[in-house]
Each structure stands twice: as structure tokens, then as C-alpha cells.
Design a protein. Structure first.
Lengths: 468, 257
């Protein structure tokens, strides 16, 4: 049983949720505008960071803004009008954030340190400096007005967002999207193949700078909303999610923007409804839910799609195996080698074959035998006779010959050109057949076309007792 | 006076971390030729291409294309980087990659026109990849990816093609397609310079040769350069060892039979 207290809590919680969604107050609307703008811009910018393998740069920038924020606060408290100036803090964050980007490049160019460590050093050093400064700022002896709000910069807070901040976020977002759409062609090329952009004489350094500055601006603008500890997630999760749904860059940008905006909106609502829930954490968790959903159901690389593909592949493989086994049996009964060009249809196709007996060497369940045979019969490649006997149709026989031919030529190829022991070659080919597409098959056919008569099917190379 | 060489390199030196990767390279390549650049691993073959294209800074030396600075004749030169140099997981189709070859002539702030797409399709057709134009590049085989790169160079309609290992790790079909295409290009007056890794085919594929091993060991027409002495010098006797081994193996076979 729930205690009455928690009931009241829960119901007020629900009421607030309904209110936040259906009839948000003016303040809430302001917040929604701010966070969706940020989510959208961060998601889109993040795509370029992701493909340039620079995702962690947003983390470095985020952490490095803390000393800037603190110094700006101290300076403003000393010489400004006191309290907190949102603009001053932004400028402070921008300066140390920008410094960190330069530091990463400098370390990379002037030492043997690799990219990952080059990113980590400014991050930790500047963040450490920031933590020290924060403890100075919040020293109760100094009694600086407004210093208690500074921890919002760590974890994010949307409840206190004012109209000016929301408008700033919207403007920054619009600006970032404009820059990206203006240079989309070049930025796309830069992310794919930087050397090529350089060899074309396009201004690749300048483009890179534009991209970095855009990301820097969006990061700084979003600091107070998402918090500097987690801002990187706003740049990484949406593009990673989008990648699971599409193979086109414009769509990746669109989906990443959508995921970023949606995640931010859901997170902001949660943060508005649940007392003391940091907005940054809520936004990241909401985006992560979208990511998890896409991991499962994404139309390009989602888990379900991949399982379906594997299942389809295995089905085709089993069908080929059955066809090959039927062919082997036919061949054994005829005691002759078959010529594909011969008029085989009339006699051979009429022979009934016991499926179960033929498949006894394979570890197939009865159910699998039935379902594979049924699938072939649906494609009109074989017909069921009485009992478990089947008969190949003309097309079925043609397919079977093709399959057997490719299989044996591949075996021959491996024995002659890859030094695979004849006794083991069969296993090999069974395994690699799933990856040999028609192109490889035709290459192999071509290779042997001189040595064998065009239409001849070689005897199984791994079995002793050559028939010739 | 118009220069009959498509490429003149003088005293080109490149260093990585003060360690020289290329020493005082001197190369002249006449127009309308197919030139192979061969040498052992780490000889500075890719470095050579990248340095003359200004992709990595040279310590010293001068490079002239058609008697001019690279900056002035960029539009006449197409570069095909090594296949491994890009991320093939990138969400882009084969056609979009090829269209990139037109970006410079399209210019900033302008959109890709129908004409550009038509030219891209034409190039894809020439390398036999038109039916895969809409495929994501990661779903293509290595050889097909190489052909897409080649198509991207074709749409630049250049006079000089610089290719970094176009024959590395590709299937027989692609090898044939690329070779035929390169010969067509030469017929139509273009020049080609390829980094190549496979000694046995080099004499069949190219008419000029640059032997590189940190410095230029020899360069010139195939018959003058592709000699045992020069190769031995370039490969530092390793070739000698291989041929000795082959000789002794042949003798052994002869004894047995």
C-alpha cells in the first residue's frame, strides 16, 4: 500500500506533467524554445565532429569553460555591477574554451602525443583549475552575491532560464544551421576526405576553423542548459542515433537534429516536473532512450534488421545446400559426370529423391528439412511427391547445377591456388559460401574457363576415386 | 617556352620529425606517359606524391607542373589518394563521392547542378559502376571503391593524374578496368603517375619508371631503368637474394625430375 503522502506527491507530479505538456506556462514555453534550439544545433554540429573523429573535442571544450566562467564571475563581482552577468560568464567560457581547442592542436603538432591524450590534457588541467577557482568563488568568507548559481554550469539547469537566454540559444542555433547549410558541400567533403579537399585548393584549414568555431559557440551557448560535464553527449548521441537510420549525410543531419531537439525537449519537461532533477542529466537520458530504441529498431544498422539479414542469408545458404545435396545424389545415381549444356531435363528431372535420407549427414532438424524444402517448392524449384520424396523441376535442376558448379570450382580454386588440403576444403567452402557473392563466383568461373571445358562440372575434388 | 614535361621536381626533401623521408628527389616526367613509382616499403613513395601536391610541407626543393607552380595549374591535376585514407563507413553514395570531383569548378555557395550529376554518372559508367551509383560506399568491395575514387578523378577532366597505389588489394576485374582506362587516358594525351607496389607487373603497365628509395635511384623510360643493376640498387640487394633463391629452387626441381 502506498502511504497517503506519496500519493499526493505522485498525483502532483502527474498533474504538473500534464500541465507542462498541455498548457505550459510562459516560462515553460521559453524553456522549450531554448532547449529545442540547443538540441537541434548540437545534434547537427555533432555529425561533423563524429565523422571527423573529433567527438571528444566537445568534452574538452565543455570542461575547459569552467575556469573561464569562474574568472569572469570574479572580475565582474570586483569591477562590474556585482551579481551575475550572463554575458560576462559566456565571454569567459568562450575564451577558455577556445584556448583548449588551440591547446589541443598545439600539443598535437608539437609533440609526439596522440590525439586522445592531446584532448585529455587541456580537459583535465583546465577543469582542475576551474574546480579550484570555483571553491574560491564559493568561499563563504568572500560572501559573493550570486555565487551559489554557478554549480548550474556543472550539471545544467533550465528552470531559471530567462527569455533572453532562450532567444540567445535560438539565435545561436539559427546561426549554426545557416553556416552549415551554406558550407554543407565543402564540410561534407572535408569530413569524408580532408586530403582531397586540400588537393583541390579549397580552403580546408579555413573550413575546419569555421566548423570548430561553430561547435565552440553552440557548446558555450548550451553550457547552462545541459551543464559543462555533459554537453558532449548532446553532440555525440544524436549523430550516433541518426547513423542507425540512414546512409545519406543530409538525412543524418536531419535525424540528428530531430533526435537532439526531441531529447532536449523531453529532458526539459522532466526537469521542470521533477523537483531538483538537473536538466543536463534528464536531456542526456532522454536522448539515450532514443539511441537505445534505434540500436534495436534502426532501419540501417539496428539489431532487428541485422537479425533479419542473417536469417535471410542462412535460409539462402540452407536452400543452396539442399539443392547441392539433391544434385550430388542425382549425379551418384547416374554414375556419370553431367554436362550443363546437355538436355538433361526430361530424364533427370523426373527422378524422385528422398529428402530425409539425402540430408542425413547434415545436422538438420526435421523441421528445418521441411521448411527449407517447402521454401524451394514455393519458388517452384522442386515438387513434393509421396512421402518425403521430392522431384526437382527444370528450373530447380538448373539452379542446382549452377550452385554445385560454383561450389566445386571454389573448392578447386582453394586446392590449387591457396594450398588448402583436399580433405578440409569442403568445410572451408561451406563456411565461406556465405560471403562469396556472384562477383567472386564469376571470377572463379573465369579463372577455370581455360582449364575446363566451359560447361563441365568438375567432380567433387575432396572425394577420392576420380571417375575419369 | 612551353614545358614538355608535366612534372619537374628538383631537390625535393621532406622530413618527418627531422628524419628524412625523401632526400633531394630529382624527377622529370614527360607529358603523355604512364609512369610508375616503385620502391620498397617506407621508401617515401606516398610522401613524394603528397609533397608535390603540398599536402605535407617540403623542407626544400622546387616542384613545377607543366612549367608552372601547383597553385596555378591545380585544375589540370587530379589526385587519387590511397583507398585506406578515408572512412568508408561515411554516409555517402558512390555518385556523391564522384560529384565531389566537381566541387572546385562548382565553387562555394553554389549547388550541384544536373550537369554535374550527369558528368558523374558518365564517369561511373566508364569505370563500370553506374549500376552501383546509389549504393553507400561501405557496401562496395575494395576494387569497386577504388573505381569510385578513379571516377572522382575522371570528372575533374585533368591533364595529369596522380594515383597512390591504385592497384593495391583489388580484384582482377577492377585491375583490368583501371588499366584499360589509364591507357585510354594516355591515348587522349593525359599523363599518369602511379605509386605501384608490384614489381612483376610494373614493366607491363607503365612506360616510364621512377625507382625510389628515400632518394631517386633512377628515373626515365622503362627500358633504361628497369634493369637488374638499378633494381638491385633500389631494393638494396634483397632482390638479388630472391632471384638466387628462385634459381636454386629451379635447380632442385630439375634434379628431382
Amino acid at each position: 500500500m502506498n502511504s497517503p503522502d506519496s500519493w499526493i506527491l505522485a498525483s502532483s507530479w502527474l498533474d504538473r506533467l500534464i500541465e507542462a505538456v498541455r498548457s505550459p506556462s510562459y516560462n515553460l514555453k521559453v524553456i522549450y524554445l531554448g532547449v529545442t534550439s540547443l538540441g537541434l544545433a548540437a545534434g547537427v554540429c555533432g555529425c561533423f565532429l563524429l565523422f571527423r573523429k573529433r567527438s571528444l573535442l566537445s568534452d574538452t571544450i565543455g570542461h575547459s569553460t569552467l575556469p573561464g566562467v569562474c574568472i569572469a564571475f570574479l572580475l565582474y563581482a570586483r569591477w562590474g555591477s556585482g551579481g551575475k552577468s550572463f554575458i560576462a560568464l559566456m565571454i569567459g567560457a568562450l575564451i577558455t574554451g577556445w584556448l583548449s581547442v588551440r591547446a589541443v592542436q598545439w600539443i598535437k603538432n608539437n609533440s609526439k602525443i596522440k590525439e586522445d591524450a592531446a584532448l585529455a590534457i587541456p580537459l583535465t588541467v583546465l577543469y582542475g583549475l576551474g574546480v579550484v577557482l570555483l571553491s574560491v568563488v564559493q568561499d563563504s568568507n568572500l560572501n559573493l552575491q550570486g555565487s551559489s548559481g554557478l554549480e548550474y554550469y556543472l550539471f545544467g539547469m533550465v528552470a531559471s532560464m530567462i527569455q533572453a537566454e532562450a532567444i540567445m540559444l535560438a539565435v545561436v542555433s539559427l546561426g549554426a544551421l545557416t553556416v552549415i547549410s551554406l558550407f554543407f558541400k565543402e564540410l561534407n567533403c572535408l569530413s569524408f576526405d580532408e586530403d582531397f579537399v586540400a588537393s583541390q585548393g579549397l580552403p580546408h584549414r579555413w573550413l575546419d576553423e569555421v566548423l570548430m568555431l561553430t561547435c565552440l559557440t553552440v557548446t558555450i551557448a548550451g553550457l547552462q542548459t545541459v551543464g559543462l560535464l555533459m554537453i558532449m553527449a548532446a553532440f555525440i548521441i544524436p549523430p550516433a542515433t541518426a547513423r542507425l537510420w540512414t546512409d545519406s549525410m543530409p538525412w543524418t543531419l536531419a535525424i540528428a537534429g530531430f533526435v537532439g531537439a526531441t531529447g532536449a525537449l523531453i529532458g526539459a519537461i522532466a526537469s521542470a516536473v521533477i523537483f531538483r532533477l538537473p536538466a543536463g542529466a534528464a536531456i542526456i537520458l532522454a536522448s539515450a532512450l532514443l539511441f537505445g530504441f534505434s540500436m534495436l529498431f534502426g532501419s540501417r544498422k539496428g539489431w532487428v534488421v541485422r537479425q533479419l539479414k542473417v536469417a535471410r542469408l542462412e535460409k539462402r545458404l540452407s536452400e543452396n545446400q539442399l539443392l547441392r545435396d539433391l544434385f550430388d545424389r542425382l549425379e551418384a545415381q547416374q554414375k556419370v559426370r553431367l554436362l550443363a549444356g546437355l538436355d538433361f531435363s526430361s530424364d533427370l528431372a523426373r527422378v524422385s529423391l528422398p529428402v530425409h535420407d539425402i540430408l542425413k549427414d547434415r545436422d538438420w532438424s526435421q523441421r528445418k528439412e521441411r521448411s527449407v524444402a517447402r521454401s524451394l517448392s514455393r519458388q517452384n524449384l522442386l515438387k513434393f511427391k509421396r512421402g518425403d520424396f521430392v522431384r526437382l523441376t527444370t528450373q530447380g535442376l538448373e539452379r542446382a547445377i549452377e550452385v554445385a558448379r560454383t561450389h566445386r570450382l571454389t573448392e578447386l580454386y582453394l586446392i590449387e591456388h591457396a594450398d588448402v588440403a583436399p580433405a578440409r576444403v569442403h568445410q572451408y567452402v561451406e563456411k565461406i559460401e556465405e560471403i562469396t557473392g556472384p562477383e567472386i563466383a564469376s571470377d572463379i568461373h573465369q579463372l577455370f574457363s581455360n582449364e575446363l571445358e566451359q560447361a563441365l562440372i568438375p567432380a567433387e575434388p575432396h572425394r577420392g576415386g576420380d571417375t575419369s | 617556352m612551353p614545358d614538355s614535361n608535366c612534372l619537374n621536381v628538383k631537390h625535393l626533401t621532406v622530413c618527418y620529425d627531422r628524419k628524412p623521408a625523401l632526400w633531394e628527389a630529382q624527377v622529370s616526367i614527360p607529358q603523355g606517359t604512364m609512369t610508375g613509382i616503385v620502391g620498397p616499403n617506407g621508401a617515401g613513395k606516398s610522401t613524394f606524391l603528397k609533397a608535390i601536391l603540398d599536402l605535407i610541407p617540403a623542407t626544400s626543393g622546387s616542384v613545377k607542373f607543366f612549367g608552372e607552380d601547383y597553385r596555378k595549374v591545380r585544375h589540370r591535376i587530379a589526385y587519387v589518394p590511397q583507398r585506406e585514407s578515408v572512412d568508408w563507413d561515411y554516409p555517402i553514395s558512390a555518385r556523391e563521392v564522384v560529384v565531389m570531383g566537381r566541387y572546385r569548378s562548382i565553387g562555394l555557395f553554389r549547388r550541384v547542378s544536373r550537369e554535374d550529376r550527369r558528368k558523374a554518372d558518365e564517369a561511373l559508367d566508364r569505370v563500370g559502376m553506374l549500376d552501383r551509383a546509389d549504393n553507400q560506399i561501405g557496401s562496395l568491395s575494395g576494387g569497386q571503391q577504388q573505381r569510385v575514387f578513379l571516377a572522382r578523378a575522371l570528372v575533374q577532366e585533368a591533364d595529369l593524374y596522380l594515383m597512390d597505389e591504385p592497384f593495391a588489394g583489388i580484384d582482377a576485374t577492377t585491375e583490368r578496368v583501371i588499366l584499360e582506362l589509364m591507357r585510354d587516358l594516355r591515348e587522349s594525351g593525359a599523363s599518369l603517375v602511379c605509386v605501384h607496389h608490384d614489381l612483376p607487373t610494373v614493366a607491363d603497365y607503365f612506360d616510364h619508371l621512377v625507382l625510389l628509395n628515400l632518394r631517386v635511384v633512377a628515373s626515365g623510360a622503362m627500358n633504361d631503368v628497369f634493369t637488374r643493376e638499378q633494381l638491385t640498387q633500389c631494393y638494396g640487394g634483397r632482390l638479388e637474394l630472391l632471384s638466387k633463391l628462385a634459381d636454386s629452387l629451379a635447380k632442385l626441381e630439375a634434379l628431382r625430375s
